[in-house]
Design a protein around this ligand. Structure first.
Ligand code: UN1
Length: 507
């Protein structure tokens, strides 16, 4: 019998520096999906407090933008150091609060450390272009300035890493951050805030209000969405959530960075290295219990390899250990809650009704923990791509389908609403290049011989279509956290006008 999640989580929270003031009887319950037990109840942020946090962030902005960018980078360097020191504890808390297996909990914190390192370097590289002008003795250039308060709304499944992609960039770009984490994962958010405060103390001179956390549900998120002093709102979650947030932020001419649902596929071509494909598929489809936005949900297999690959996959699916994510050897932890399991059952029922053959997918460990929802990952052989296959169900369901021709595979691949991540397993370079070309995958991420999940922070992360179009983390994603000014400077003695316009005045 495993020891109590609650005791361990409370000890971790103390070690991580979360103050007792965060707790309140009868407040928001923080549950562990491992056992279903309540770890703590938390004081919820009121709407007035949320507005006060935005006031403080807005006040912090002029002070923070005046700090030279490489100095702001020093703050993020210290944050990275604090995260390194806290990695074991915070990673473990992610496991307890979200149910990720131990190495994935630690991996999430590593992702935070990685983006901090990235942002430190970036703090000396926030540069713009110098542009040739059509006028003599003129120079044109772009400068990038801090934009203001960044609102971050994050989901339960990456409860801390997604904040860090946004916050590490925002901080070096000169922007304060107000964060509304998922109401399902308040504990890890409070722990991160305590870590930020330690970095701020070591740095000295961080303006009050630079970083804050709002604990609560949708109505608290709405305060961020609607406040005109928040020029950028970065929201991660469902497409339904994004449909609300995007237009509301746009209505006040704010900018949103949306990272919404994924319905990610992999194509397995005739030439695929099937050993490698098997490993790639297994991690991408079952890892994090199918609760990544990059999770592999659709497998499009050439008919010539179907009967070799699919039986092997079935064996892997049947052998994977589902259970307490703290235990060695477990690869699939619990779903986040009961509604997640209901959604899985519903999707499997719909798949069966249209001819799908479902392997796995049954609830496990219900006798031991009736408030926890473990499910054996499901492999579903579908006669065609329809019904639940066309939408994202946030659970470990992999729909498998056959294809004949490569064009058909690409068409099937692109025939869903979401456009986050994608992959192809092939040894044929023509297919690989086609898949990554303009006429190939329509997703923001297109991989070859690796699955669609588990991206590094160095690349821009996000997707097209109903995924929302936002990009976070690496490459030039930082530009979304700044405003661009185009400058034209005349160092001559005359005033030539652009486009040859003349405007001669008297005198
Ligand atoms: C998410 O599920 O919201 O690429 C983010 C990945 C991770 C991030 C997933 N690095 O799977």
């Amino acid at each position: 019998m495993a020891h109590s999640v609650r005791d361990e989580a409370l000890a971790l929270l103390r070690r991580l520096g979360v103050s007792e003031a965060a707790f309140a009887p009868g407040g928001l319950p923080a549950r562990s999906p491992i056992t279903g037990e309540i770890i703590a109840t938390l004081r919820e942020t009121t709407a007035a407090e949320a507005t006060a946090a935005i006031d403080a962030a807005a006040r912090a902005f002029p002070a923070w933008r005046a700090v030279p960018a490489p100095r702001r980078g020093e703050f993020v360097r210290l944050l990275g150091e604090e995260l390194r020191a806290a990695k074991a504890d915070l990673g473990r808390l992610v496991t307890l609060e979200v149910g990720k297996i131990v190495s994935e909990g630690l991996g999430e914190v590593q992702e935070m450390i990685d983006i901090c390192d990235y942002a430190v370097g970036l703090s000396r590289q926030l540069f713009g272009l110098t542009i040739a002008t059509e006028r003599a003795d003129h120079r044109m250039m772009e400068t990038w300035h801090p934009v203001g308060v960044v609102g971050v709304i994050s989901a339960f499944n990456f409860p801390v890493a997604v904040w860090s992609w946004n916050a590490a960039l925002a901080f070096v770009c000169g922007d304060p951050v107000v964060w509304k984490p998922s109401e399902k994962t308040p504990l890890t958010a409070l722990a991160v805030q305590a870590i930020v405060e330690r970095a701020a103390t070591r740095f000295g001179g961080v303006p009050a209000g630079l970083s804050s956390v709002l604990i609560g549900g949708r109505s608290i998120g709405e305060v961020l969405v609607d406040d005109h002093r928040v020029p950028v709102v970065s929201a991660t979650g469902s497409t339904a959530m994004g449909r609300q947030v995007g237009p509301r932020v746009a209505a006040r001419f704010g900018r949103s960075i949306l990272e919404l649902g994924g319905n990610n596929a992999a194509i397995v071509a005739p030439s695929a290295d099937l050993d490698l494909a098997l490993r790639g598929i297994a991690f991408a489809a079952m890892g994090t219990a199918g609760q990544r936005c990059t999770t592999l949900r659709r497998l499009i297999v050439h008919r010539s390899v179907y009967d070799t690959l699919v039986p092997r996959l079935k064996t892997v699916y049947a052998s994977v250990k589902v259970g307490d994510p703290r235990e060695d050897g477990v690869l699939v932890g619990p779903l986040i809650d009961g509604p997640a399991f209901d959604g899985m059952e519903r999707a499997l029922g719909e798949a069966r009704a249209i001819g799908g053959a479902v392997h796995g997918g049954v609830r496990e460990h219900a006798a031991q923990w009736d408030g926890a929802y473990y499910a054996a990952p499901a492999l579903v052989e579908m006669p065609r791509q329809s019904g639940p296959v066309l939408r994202e169900t946030f659970a470990p369901i992999l729909y498998v389908m056959r294809y004949e021709g490569f064009d058909e595979a690409i068409a099937m691949h692109n025939a869903v609403g979401a456009g986050l991540s994608s992959s192809i397993f092939t040894m044929d370079m023509r297919e690989a290049e086609r898949f990554m070309s303009a006429s190939g995958s329509d997703c923001g991420i297109a991989n070859v011989n690796i699955g669609p999940s588990g991206a590094e922070i160095g690349g821009a992360f996000g997707g097209e279509k109903e995924t929302g179009g936002g990009r976070e983390a690496g490459s030039d994603a930082w530009k979304a956290y700044m405003r661009r000014a185009t400058n034209t400077i005349n160092y001559g003695t005359t005033l030539p006008l652009a486009q040859g316009v003349t405007f001669d005045i008297m005198g």
